[in-house]
Design a protein around this ligand. Structure first.
Ligand code: C2E
Ligand code: CA
Ligand code: CA
Ligand code: CA
Length: 280
């Protein structure tokens, strides 16, 4: 009886009910936003820490509904995943990003990374869609990296099998795979050795807040060493200070991404940035 009472309390909690309504409304807005083509893609440079040049850009979805404030990805991506709309949204982001990046790659040899959600990797048509997006854009497959989270591959089951099969197909084309937010999830080291991946993106939470903190520094070193020992490319996220960049260079991290170098920006701004980068 106690348990039933507890369930009732949960069901009629007005705050939860409001959250449910907000969620339904968000999904409705997402659907309308897709129909009205309200989504754009911004790009954040990923810098080679040895020479400071822009090696790649990460595509990040942006939503600015007309006449209203931008809605952040941390808000609309989870709703898009829950509702399955991420399949449509993700494909549009991928197609747009490959088209924009094809010119940057031709002119400057810059590569592209695109986030792929678990729901997309569970779609039986994902590999075919991604392959078509790349072929239509003219971006060489080798210049594209898909960013996924490790949970997708580590959880055994048909979902993981489907994801692995997509990644095997796409890697066969030359497309690369990165583990995003590394260090925040499962971090099963044995799995890491066997996964079809090329790059580890070290989560921004590993960047030391305090330059003098030796324990934080030791942690970053351990993650970079681990990735290097597995022959993976290392990318550090959340590089906000010169101290972060110095530390990463000292530890032998390959690339860095963060506000120190550049914030995410519209395609036109990236085109200008690349022209300046090359002239420098
Ligand atoms: P993420 O993939 O980890 O992307 C990096 C996030 O860190 C971006 O947030 C970026 O703006 C932010 N960031 C970059 N440099 C710094 C820094 O120096 N300090 C700090 N504190 N943050 C920095 P954003 O654009 O708000 O995206 C949030 C998340 O939404 C992404 O995290 C990703 O998980 C998801 N997301 C964004 N676009 C897409 C998409 O097209 N598809 C999917 N599936 N997910 C996306
Ligand atoms: Ca990412
Ligand atoms: Ca990340
Ligand atoms: Ca993230």
């Amino acid at each position: 009886a106690k348990a039933a009472g507890k369930d009732r309390a949960v069901m009629f909690d007005p705050r939860l009910r409001q959250e449910q309504i907000d969620r339904v409304r968000m999904v409705e807005r997402l659907r309308a936003g897709l129909a009205n083509d309200e989504f754009t893609v911004h790009y954040q440079p990923i810098v080679d820490l040895r020479d400071g040049r822009i090696a790649a850009v990460e595509a990040l979805a942006r939503w600015i509904p007309p006449g209203s404030d931008p809605i952040g990805p941390d808000c609309f991506i989870p709703a898009a995943e829950d509702s399955g709309l991420i399949i449509e949204l993700g494909e549009r982001v991928l197609r747009r990003a490959c088209a924009d990046a094809a010119a940057w790659h031709r002119g400057h040899g810059v590569a592209l990374t695109v986030n792929v959600s678990p729901r997309q990797l569970a779609d039986p048509a994902f590999a075919a869609k991604a392959r078509r997006a790349v072929a239509d854009s003219g971006l060489p497959a080798r210049a594209l990296t898909l960013e996924i989270t490790e949970g997708v591959l580590v959880n055994a089951g048909t979902q993981a099998d489907q994801a692995l099969s997509h990644l095997a197909t796409l890697r066969g084309d030359g497309i690369r795979v990165a583990i995003d937010d590394f260090g925040t999830g499962y971090s099963s080291l044995a799995y890491l050795r066997d996964l079809p991946i090329d790059t580890l993106k070290i989560d921004k939470s590993f960047m030391p807040a305090d330059p003098a903190d030796l324990r934080q520094k030791a942690l970053v070193r351990a993650v970079v060493d681990l990735a290097r020992s597995l022959d993976l490319t290392t990318v550090a996220e959340g590089v906000e200070t010169p101290h972060h960049a110095d530390l990463l260079r000292e530890l032998g991290c390959d690339r860095g991404q963060g506000y120190l170098f550049a914030r995410p920006a519209p395609a036109a701004r990236v085109t200008a940035l690349l022209a300046a980068d090359q002239a420098a």
